[in-house]
Design a protein around this ligand. Structure first.
Ligand code: AMP
Length: 404
């Protein structure tokens, strides 16, 4: 059985999924797992296609000090115990910089180019590249594909792509990239099946998870995003503040004496729902809390989604549909109801019963704009991109063999 491995590596975890190729372009998820607690409490967990547990093992901290070590252990488990020898590997890479507008086959030159974007995403890019390098070293013949969170947004116009700062910085790469692109691409590809009449229209997609952003889609293409240069901008998130006056950062430097790395940690780990509530970064816990600060954090989250929806509707010059996705968007009827309330001025009404059931269409029959819940699947998107490049390279090789 031919398989594709999908890898999503972060600072403290390596997530992986294996898909079997079941004929022309058809993929089926065989297993998923993750090695988490890297450098603290390493643990390998995996389950099969029906959720059946396949592994749950703890490792000593010194045995899994970093991402390459985690990749080695997960890879050995896949090879030796699951007998999986993937014919290609797809990687999530957060930053493709200004030029990569689609997935790309990886070689040493591509890795060198992607290393240049470490400065643009210092908390993600090095960890994304670590398993790529280790597979390149151990299995140089294996096809590897980089799928970027930024690529889907490279269709933005110049006004959407710029900040009002001197051009030299733009030329260096200080641009409004936008992220969560694999999720938005999956939704854009799925919408024609969910709602064929509006898929070609103006749609706002709200990816509401631990990280959260919104994207304006016009005929399935991204025209605007709430995120910009980094994944800090836009909506408040689990631990990130979202849009914030840069003057606050200047205050932290001048009045609090905070260094760049302290501020980086603060903005990525201590703000957002966690900072505002003082209770948790997890929406389930906030919803279950009686603490007034937890209620404020929930209010703030819904309010900012409403504000940003207004901005994106202006970018689209109208709105034909609104879509919720990701952990909170797919599971929290309460947040969806709150957001629908914020969108009432656009003519949105909610069908409470369908919202509580997490149905696909949750707006009322009288709603001027239909509201959908569409589960996202970034890993499947990566697997599909990897398969497409695999088929392309296979047919190129076959052509070359015939010609020689
Ligand atoms: P993600 O990053 O997409 O996995 O989403 C994680 C976020 O989704 C966390 O804030 C979770 O608390 C939230 N979430 C997951 N399930 C639920 C639920 N049933 N109700 C509310 N929030 C949820």
């Amino acid at each position: 059985m031919d398989t594709i491995l999908v890898v999503n590596a972060g600072s403290s975890s390596v997530k992986f999924q294996v898909y079997s190729i079941e004929g022309e372009g058809i993929l089926r998820r065989q297993l998923k797992g993750q090695m988490d607690g890297i450098g603290s409490r390493p643990r390998l967990r995996a389950s099969g296609s029906t959720g059946d547990p396949l592994a749950d093992r703890a490792y000593p901290i010194e045995g899994v000090p970093d991402v390459p070590a985690a990749m080695d252990i997960a890879g050995a488990w896949l090879r030796d115990e699951q007998r999986i020898r993937p014919i290609a590997v797809g990687h999530r890479v957060v930053h493709g910089g200004p030029d990569y507008d689609r997935p790309i086959q990886i070689d040493h030159g591509v890795v060198t180019r992607l290393e240049r974007f470490i400065a643009l995403a210092p908390l993600h890019q090095p960890h994304n590249l670590a398993p790529i390098r280790s597979i390149l070293g151990n299995f140089p013949e294996l096809l590897q594909v980089a799928c970027f969170d930024t690529a889907f947004h490279r269709t933005h116009s110049a006004v959407a792509d710029h900040y009002a700062i001197p051009h030299q910085l733009y030329a260096e790469g200080v641009r409004r990239y936008g992220f969560h692109g694999l999720s938005y691409e999956y939704i854009a590809k799925t919408l024609p099946k969910v709602a064929p009449k509006i898929a070609n229209g103006r749609v706002i997609v709200a990816h509401l998870g631990s990280g959260a952003s919104m994207c304006a889609l016009s005929a399935g293409r991204s025209v605007e995003s709430t995120m910009g240069f980094t994944a800090l901008d836009g909506l408040p998130m689990g631990t990130r503040p979202g849009q914030i006056d840069p003057g606050v950062v200047l205050y932290l430097i001048s009045e609090k004496g905070m260094s760049a790395s302290t501020i980086q940690n603060f903005l990525y780990r201590d703000c957002g729902l966690k900072g505002l509530s003082g209770v948790s970064n997890d929406m389930r816990e906030l919803e279950g809390s009686e603490d007034p600060r937890a209620r404020l954090a929930i209010e703030y989250f819904g309010y900012r989604i409403g504000l940003n929806a207004g901005m994106l509707a202006a970018a689209l010059q109208g709105l034909d549909a609104f879509v919720f996705t990701a952990g909170i968007g797919e599971n929290s009827a309460k947040i969806r109801a709150h957001v629908a309330g914020q969108l009432a001025w656009l003519g949105v009404t909610l069908n409470q019963a369908e919202n509580t059931r997490h149905s696909q269409l949750i707006s009322g029959p009288d709603s001027r704009i239909p509201v959908y819940v569409v589960p996202t699947d970034e890993e499947l998107m990566i697997a599909q991109h990897t398969l497409s490049l695999l088929m392309k390279t296979t047919s190129t090789n076959q052509r070359q063999e015939r010609a020689s």
